[in-house]
Design a protein around this ligand. Structure first.
Ligand SMILES: [Zn+2]
Length: 313
């Protein structure tokens, strides 16, 4: 049996899914299953194709940059990189196989992005305990435990794992963070539910100048917004910001790559963050575009103040 190969061109869009699906269906003999080999968007594209064509999928992530490998959904984008929609499946991937000796070869920025995506998991899930999760049920005690364990690992080993990644040294800390980023975050967000951090990530895709950023980097700024929306006390907020900065995750507009931010751009981000069906609506507090607009500005201000406080401004 010989594999049919299709190279992913970089965006999890309907157009890319159609193009790669054609390669699968025109293969002779027909493909029995799909193997996804790559990062988060590659995994999401492969999961969508496998669902559409009713074939099993094995996900073999080469980075620990998102929690996409384990989930029963794909995040789809326009060909230009703007958030399009969530696509939900009946089941999770048939196999998820992570080889940390491969994952460690990815740049450390990928691991940091995965830490950003995973750090959002508990912060969002604990705010939406009364809303249906992605399985349309309420979160259980075990899903809460998974989310908490995920966060605990990131605080204990996140920085160590990043340093190990930079040194290309496979350590227990690196293994633990890959598990947190991939498995615990994946099970956690699906069973626990998402809230403002991911909605604001989706909103940030409205700005083309942010398309170079990785998923977890944009999510991370959304996490700061979520923490402010939850009225997180200063000591706890500083604990999160310290971890974020220690692994190089962005907490200001400037770190995101926005030098001069126009109010109209922030309004665009707020509008897309509050689109119908967005995960921000899982929250049981007052939400509006105005609320998000203010959160974006406040998060940047808090981020800048923190950077000045730690002498990195
Ligand atoms: Zn995510």
């Amino acid at each position: 049996m010989s594999p049919t190969r299709g190279a992913f061109t970089g965006e999890a869009s309907l157009q890319e899914i159609k193009r790669l699906s054609h390669i699968v269906t025109s293969s002779k003999p027909p493909c029995d299953f799909i193997i996804a080999l790559g990062g988060g968007k590659t995994c999401d594209t492969a999961k969508q194709i496998a669902t559409d064509l009713h074939v099993p999928v094995a996900v073999l992530p080469t980075t620990a940059s998102t929690d996409a490998p384990c989930s029963a959904l794909s995040v789809l984008y326009t060909p230009e990189g703007e958030f399009h929609k969530y696509s939900f499946f009946e089941k999770n991937p048939n196999i998820v196989l992570v080889d940390t000796s491969i994952v460690i070869k990815a740049p450390a920025r990928f691991l940091a992005s995965g830490i950003g995506d995973a750090l959002a998991t508990n912060i969002e899930a604990r705010e939406v305990r009364n809303s249906p999760n992605f399985g349309k049920g309420l979160p259980t005690n075990v899903s809460t435990a998974i989310c908490q364990k995920c966060e605990e690992i990131l605080f204990e080993y996140g920085k160590q794992a990043l340093d190990a990644n930079k040194a290309q040294a496979l350590t227990p800390a690196f293994e633990a963070v890959v598990e947190a980023n991939t498995l615990l975050s994946g099970l956690g967000f699906e069973s626990g539910g998402l809230a403002a951090a991911h909605a604001i990530h989706d909103g940030l895709t409205a700005l083309p100048e942010l398309h170079h950023l990785m998923h977890g980097e944009k999510v991370n700024f959304g996490t700061v917004c979520q923490l402010l929306l939850s009225n997180t006390p200063a000591a706890e907020l500083n604990r999160y910001l310290t971890l974020m900065v220690s692994v190089g995750l962005p907490i200001t507009f400037e770190q995101l790559g926005l030098k001069q931010v126009k109010d109209e751009d922030l309004r665009k981000v707020a509008r897309l963050s509050c689109a119908p069906g967005e995960t921000i609506w899982n929250l049981d507090c007052v939400i509006s575009e105005e609320v998000v607009y203010n959160l974006l500005k406040a998060s940047d201000a808090v981020g800048r103040a923190f950077m000045a406080q730690v002498g990195k401004a």
